[in-house]
Write a protein that binds this ligand. Sequence first.
Ligand SMILES: Cc1ncc(COP(=O)(O)O)c(C=O)c1O
Length: 397
Amino acid sequence: MAINIQNFLSSNAKNMRRSAIRDLLSVANRPEVISFAGGFPNAATFPIEDLKGIMQEVLETEGTSALQYGPTEGNQKLRELIAKRYSEKGCKVSAKNVLITTSSQQAIDLTTKIFINPGDTIVCGLPSYLGALQAFWSYQAEPVGIKCDSDLENTVKELIAQGKKPKFVYAIPDFQNPSGVTMDLEQRKYVLDIVKRYDLLLLEDSPYRELRFDGVEQPMMYSLDDDNRVILLGTFSKTFLPGFRIGWIIAPEEIIDRLVVAKQSTDLCTPVFDQAVAAKYLEKGLFEKNLQKTIALYREKRDHMLACFEKYMPEGVTWTHPEGGLFLFVKMPEGYDARELFDIAMKEDVAFVIGEAFHCDGSGKNTMRMNFSFMNAERTEEGVKRLARAIDKMINK
Ligand SMILES: Cc1ncc(COP(=O)(O)O)c(C=O)c1O
């Protein structure tokens, strides 16, 4: 007799939602499609030659420990190096405040796991990072979106009045995914003030922070917090290698302690060899050098995509001008649906991510996310041209 899996699934599993991005990517996988859909770093930034030497060195000098199980907290040298980098940017951090995670997606998952009970609310942006929303849903949290920071206090008050006080606020303050927008100092202080006044936690997720092309660097909210309320997430995925799957959580020691227990039952430890290689790479000063090259490459790519948008996009379409990160966020006039556009665009062999996927309340139907880091200049221009043609077809049909 065939079993009915539905009768066995946990309520957590029933609450999980499939990633619309991954589903779309599978449609956009044909080689003739110019896809701006993924959030992929450019492979030209991967320091393959340097890594060959470092991997050899790690195998020769620390092979037995680098291929063994490691501590759940992570490679001690790497924790120290990360703590030092954050200390230099004004954060009070020692290695004890750093937990190495299997990239920041796991960091979001573990943080949600230790704080969320089914039905708890989390305040996030409209739009916000889909992978975080997926983690929140998988623990039966209810993400509540706000369109702009100034809505935060009213939203928190309303939730409290309904007996649904949020556990934390989830913010991506630097070159947000998907919008590319950065919070200024005033906004950061305002959010921290609300978090403090209403006794909430703040999850500051900042994978793109170091990919700044121009403009003025803003302080991390973690560095502005005098109350131990901020949990800060970082990753090597966008600045070094997504394939290593190395990220980290920076938090007060008692939170790190809880997260360590949660990580023990998840994967025991983050790949030990990758951590040893990353620590050596950082120690030799190669990370900073490579990062500068990556920033220069992505600045050029952003400028090129913006120029193509100026040249080809029909009237009524608007887009963000990010000072860093990997994405532009595009808005069509109200009333148009990016899902419908996606089908037309697929006939033109060009792909993007529909913005609705990043809105936990189902809004944002007229928006889309475009990645500029991955594609070469020629394909970018051709892709933007095709997208503009698809929008024209939809608007003038
Ligand atoms: C805002 C944000 N957080 C977290 C992640 C997860 O990245 P990773 O798990 O590769 O560190 C991403 C990836 O795109 C992201 O955009």
